[in-house]
Structure formats: structure tokens, C-alpha cells
Design a protein. Structure first.
Length: 203
């Protein structure tokens, strides 16, 4: 096996969640288009095509939905994070003697207690000393009420992902009743989020 494209950047959990939501929106749009084509083929008496590909996509969809379900769980800090807060946090962490992987773990786990920081940073006391509390304060500031309100903007979507995964792995048949549903189209638009860039190092 040959690695064609090596990893070019590290992504935080928040960025992965945002990407998955964007893929979710794209998938629903493509499913609606495929359903229209299917109806046209059936009306013209043509045989159904691409059935094996639909099965593969359904399995992939299940994994994507379960990932979204995990990342939007109540115990995850992603609901209290935003593009701006993560960018600012990574810039603030650049002032401390932290490895890139440690910065990413701090962004993902958002530690607010010293015991949590000990798990993330090796030789914490020797490397950071009295700066530990400063880091915890920086993380706490990134989880402000403003970021929390931004996370609540998609509360209805997050509740949807916590339904049974089998019900969320939509196939063309599942979407059949939604094609002409204006409310569904409106909800689909709410799933589109911009992917934020996180500075890996700020010098």
C-alpha cells in the first residue's frame, strides 16, 4: 500500500464535526438528485442502476452519523467552541512550551482542571511550572458563553443526530417523501457550516 497524500495538517474535533456536517448536507442534496433520476428512469422503463454503490454509501453514512453523534455528545466541549475561539486558543497556546500534538489535545479535551492537564502534557511541572493555571484560564476563556450560544444555534440538528443511527443513515427511499417538502429543504440549509482554519503555530 502506498500513501498518496500525506497528512498536511492536524484537525481539531470541532473542525472534523464541521466537515461532517457539511458532508451531511452534500449527501442529502445528492440523494434528492439521485431520487429524481431514479424516478425518471422508472418512468422511462429503464432498469435500476448503481445498486451496489448505494449499499457502500449507506455503510459510510452510518459511520459519519455515529461520528457526529459522538462529537455532539453533552460531555464534549465542541458545543461550546467556535471557529474564532479555537483560533484564539491556539494562538494563546503558542506562548507556552507545548508540542503540536499537546496543543491539539488541549483544544479537543478543553481541560479546566490541573489533573486533566497532567494527562495531556508530559512532565508538566518541569516544563510549565506555575504557568499551568494560566493555561487552564486560557482554555476556560475559550469556552465562554458566546461560544456556547453559537453552539446552541444548531441544537435541533444535534438532537437529531442522537436518534438511532439506523434511522439516520438515509437512503434514496428514506428521502422519497422529502423531495417536495419545503420545510425539509429549509432545514437542510441550516446544516451548511463554513470550515474554520486553526493556526497550528503562532509565532
Amino acid at each position: 500500500m502506498e500513501v498518496v497524500n500525506q497528512r498536511s495538517a492536524l484537525l481539531s474535533n470541532y473542525e472534523v464535526l464541521t466537515l461532517l456536517k457539511e458532508l451531511e448536507s452534500d449527501h442529502l442534496a445528492k440523494t434528492r438528485t439521485a431520487l429524481r433520476i431514479k424516478k425518471e428512469e422508472e418512468a422511462a422503463g429503464l432498469p435500476r442502476s448503481h445498486a451496489p454503490q448505494e449499499e457502500v454509501l449507506e455503510n459510510l453514512r452510518t459511520i459519519e452519523v455515529e461520528a457526529i453523534q459522538y462529537l455532539t455528545a453533552d460531555y464534549q466541549p465542541t458545543s461550546r467552541q467556535s471557529d474564532a475561539s479555537i483560533t484564539q486558543l491556539t494562538r494563546n497556546l503558542a506562548h507556552y512550551d507545548l508540542a503540536k500534538a499537546e496543543k491539539l489535545q488541549i483544544v479537543n479535551l478543553a481541560p479546566t482542571e490541573a489533573v486533566e492537564l497532567y494527562v495531556i502534557v508530559e512532565e508538566l511541572e518541569d516544563r510549565l511550572g506555575d504557568k499551568m493555571q494560566d493555561i487552564l484560564n486560557t482554555v476556560q476563556a475559550s469556552l465562554s458563553d458566546t461560544a456556547s450560544l453559537e453552539g446552541q444555534a444548531d441544537a435541533e440538528d444535534q438532537e437529531m443526530y442522537h436518534e438511532q443511527p439506523a434511522q439516520l443513515a438515509f437512503s434514496a427511499e428514506d428521502v422519497e417523501g422529502w423531495v417536495d417538502d419545503h420545510d425539509f429543504v429549509h432545514e437542510e440549509g441550516n446544516l451548511e457550516d463554513a470550515i474554520g482554519d486553526v493556526d497550528e503555530d503562532a509565532e
